[in-house]
Structure formats: C-alpha cells, structure tokens
Write a protein that binds this ligand. Structure first.
Ligand SMILES: C[S@@+](CC[C@H](N)C(=O)[O-])C[C@H]1O[C@@H](n2cnc3c(N)ncnc32)[C@H](O)[C@@H]1O
Length: 386
C-alpha cells in the first residue's frame, strides 16, 4: 500500500537530518512545502547516491510502490540519457538530465544560503525541483535550461506545483547577461572551470555555488564569494553531477602507438596513488591540468592505473601496473606528456605539503582563468613545469 506522500517526504528529510546532511531548518521546510514527487517522471532510472546499492528502472504505473520508494529515497532519478536519444529508464547511455538527489540538493542549498528576495540565477533547470525550492526559500528565481524538451517538462512540473519562476531556454554558461546582478548563482550541472560571466553577473559579496569537476569522476561542491572582478572560495565535500554541455569530455582509454611507448620501473605503488584521496586529486588538478585517472582491477589480481588526457582520444597516455609479490612496477607511457612522471611528481609535492585534505584548498576565478591555492588565496599552486 502506498503511504501518504507527506509521511514519506517527512521520513526522507528526517533520515537526511539524522545523517547530518540536512542541517538547515529552512531547507527542510522548503522540501516539505515542495514535494519531490511533483517533479519526478513516471518512468526513469533511480541512481542511489553515495554508492548505496545498484540503480534500477522505476515505473509509476507498473510498480507504484517501487516508484514512491525511489522518489523519497536519497538518489537522483535520471530523466534523460544521450540528450533524449536513449531511453531514460535503460541501464546504459550517458545521463544528460535528472531530478537531483535530495541530499545533494540540500547540501548545495545550504551552501548557497539564500535570503528572502535574493535574485537567484540557476543554471540547469532539469525537472524544476531546485528552482521550486529556491522560490520557496523566498528567492526571485531565474533558471536556465539548455534542452528545450527538458525545459517543457520543467514548465509543466512547475505549473502543477503552482510555482512561478522565470525559465529561460539557452546556454547557461553565458549566464543571463541582461539579467544581473544576481545575489546568488547556483549551477546544478558540473563545470570543469567556472564560466567568468557568472562572476561578472554576481553582485559584490554575492555567492556562486556549483559542482566543480576538473577531471572525469572527481567533483567537489564549490562555494565562491565574488569580490570585484574575481571570485574566491573553497571546496565543501564531494559532488558527482552531469556536466554543463560545453564542458563534456570523453574519458576514453586509448593506448595508441603502444609499440613506440617508453617503459621504466618504479617503486611507487600505483595503488597508493589511487587510494591517496580527494586532497591528492586536487593536487593533480592544480599541478597536472587535463590529466584523467582510471583504476583497473584485472582478473588475475593485478592492478593498473590508467592515465590519459581527457577529451583527447589521441593524447598522451600512461599505465603503471602493480603485480602481487613484486618490489617494483612496470611503467609504460606515450606522448608529448609523460603522465606517470607528472603524477609521481604531483604525489611527491602533495606529501611535501603535509598531504593536505580537500578542505585546505581553494579556488580563485578571474577574467584570465582560474587557479587553485593552498590554505590562503595568496598561496597559488602553479602547474608543474613540463
Ligand atoms: C542534474 S540536472 C539539474 C537538476 C535540477 N536542478 C533538478 O532539481 O531537477 C542538470 C541539467 O543541466 C542542464 N544543462 C546542461 N548544460 C547546460 C547549459 N549549458 N545551460 C543550461 N542548462 C544546462 C541539463 O540539460 C540538465 O537538465
């Protein structure tokens, strides 16, 4: 029997509160006032957050209980794959739009810290749920969605929920040039670098909150405060989101020209690199821009760390192969960049800094680009020389 939606909604927020994820009573009240099921598709794919179990298809008509369970669980619901070219409720196909998971949404809204009457620009309308929550928090919301079909569904969802926002179809990377200044800018799609128009369109002292994902598979919640022509801020935990369209990168492992690759031996265990954690991955982002990393657990018990240049199928690549019982390991690398050497040098740098965790890093965005720093904005981390 399907429980009352309000009971399910309150059970969900109570669980998020107990887990320490939902900490702001105003965000909790907004979640109660704008029930998530009004924004959920009849069919889609539940992707539980934080690795909590496998995904599954949901269908409101054939399995209503499973649908309600999914809608009031802490998982995102994929509403579109391959920009609409593949069914959303299939297990494969790159997700291109979703109803974000409640825990992730709460985390970002708490960082955003919206005040009544704030002018808020959201990038990535999706289903419209986040825009509706922002409205409930008292904001005057403009939301931009790049996909017209997704925008149409969001318009219908928002109407059914009786929520009024300004919904614009367009490329949110440009912000809304004639709409600023905004008090808050919130991207609900990830960026590999923060688009400068967002900084220009935010009021001094205003806040930008976005999932920042400089390399495939590694993303962080970023909160920046705008100060004149720049924005400065820190990271607040992990975040895995689908990328802003123009920032999509193909993370393909392509060990081309293998016969011409150089080989060497190393005593640095590639498992140590793989397990070094989020603080080390930020060191990689700072010291070795455009470096992707994938672990491969082989059937024979060996382990390979695959390194590549994301978005460049013909770019440099490297592997380091750990084999049980060996005291040193095979390194193979090809291309203009020696990606294993870069990774090993970044690891040494990170250890020399005291193995900082992600909370010690920050980011500054200017019209010339962005750079990471350690502990203090003046302590810029420069990319390692080639
Ligand atoms: C994770 S979903 C957003 C979830 C949404 N906030 C919600 O609560 O349902 C990300 C959305 O960003 C949109 N998007 C991607 N690139 C965009 C861009 N350049 N401008 C605007 N929207 C974009 C996608 O089409 C997708 O709908």
């Amino acid at each position: 029997m399907t429980a009352n939606p309000d009971v399910r909604n309150r059970a969900m927020t109570a669980a998020l509160r107990a887990a320490g994820v939902l900490t702001d009573a105003r965000v909790e009240a907004a979640m109660h006032a704008v029930p998530r099921h009004l924004f959920a598709p009849d069919t889609g794919w539940l992707a539980p957050d934080n690795g909590a179990g496998p995904g599954r298809a949901i269908n409101r008509h054939t399995d209503p209980d499973g649908w309600w369970d999914a809608v009031y669980s802490d998982g995102s619901i994929i509403t579109q794959r391959e920009d609409g070219a593949a069914p959303a409720d299939a297990p494969t196909g790159t997700p291109t739009s979703s109803l974000s998971g409640p825990g992730a949404v709460a985390g970002f809204l708490q960082l955003l810290d919206v005040r009544a009457r704030d002018r808020v620009l959201e990038i990535g309308t999706g289903t419209g749920w986040t825009a509706a929550l922002l409205t409930r928090l008292g904001a005057d919301v403009t939301t931009i969605e790049v996909d017209p079909n997704v925008a149409d569904q969001a318009t219908a969802n928002l109407k059914a929920a009786d929520v009024a926002v300004h919904l614009v179809i367009g490329d949110g990377a440009r912000g809304r040039p004639d709409g600023g200044p905004y008090d808050r800018v919130h991207a609900t799609c990830a960026v590999t670098a923060v688009p400068y128009p967002w900084v220009e369109q935010t009021r001094p002292g205003g806040v930008i909150v976005a999932p920042w994902q400089p390399m495939p598979g590694h993303g962080w919640k970023l909160r920046l405060t705008v100060s004149g022509p720049r924005a400065v801020g820190r990271f607040h935990g992990a975040a895995g989101y689908m990328l802003l369209r123009a920032h999509r990168t193909v993370a393909r492992w392509n060990p081309h020209h293998a016969d011409d690759a150089g080989t060497a031996r190393t005593r640095l265990d590639p498992r140590t690199i793989h397990q070094a954690g989020a603080g080390f991955m930020l060191a990689i982002a700072a010291r070795c821009p455009r470096l992707g990393m994938m672990p491969m657990h082989n059937d024979d018990g060996s382990f390979s760390l695959l390194l590549f240049e994301p978005g460049d199928a013909d770019g440099s690549w490297a592997t380091c192969d750990w084999e049980p019982g060996h005291t040193d390991y095979q390194v193979t690398q090809y291309g203009a960049r020696r990606l294993w050497d870069e990774t090993a040098a970044a690891f040494a740098w990170w250890v020399d800094q005291g193995a900082p965790g992600p909370d010690r890093y920050g980011l500054t965005v200017t019209e010339h680009g962005e750079h990471l720093w350690l502990d203090h904005p003046a302590t810029t981390i420069s990319p390692a020389p080639p």
